[in-house]
Design a protein around this ligand. Structure first.
Ligand SMILES: [Zn+2]
Length: 76
């Protein structure tokens, strides 16, 4: 996943806005929550990876499950 382009995101049919400053542009990054293979498949209904959105203006970080989030780059 490219991390060199800011994205806007939609979760739960709502535009994701920064809870601190209200910005709608974020840096997107996929983060593995756990490296323990034993626990990966015990997290029923919960992905072991999350999408980390970092506000491009203030740096506030939000976390979302990948399957709940739609991101769109500026050039897409
Ligand atoms: Zn912000």
């Amino acid at each position: 996943m490219a991390a060199n382009e800011p994205v806007t995101a939609i979760a739960g049919e709502r535009q994701v806005t920064c809870t601190h400053c209200g910005e709608v542009w974020f840096w997107s990054r996929r983060v593995v929550m756990s490296s323990s293979s034993a626990s990966l498949f015990n997290l029923d209904g919960f992905s072991p990876t999350v999408i980390q959105l970092s506000c491009t203006r203030c740096g506030k970080v939000e976390l979302f499950q990948p399957d709940a989030l739609l991101t769109r780059g500026a050039s897409a």
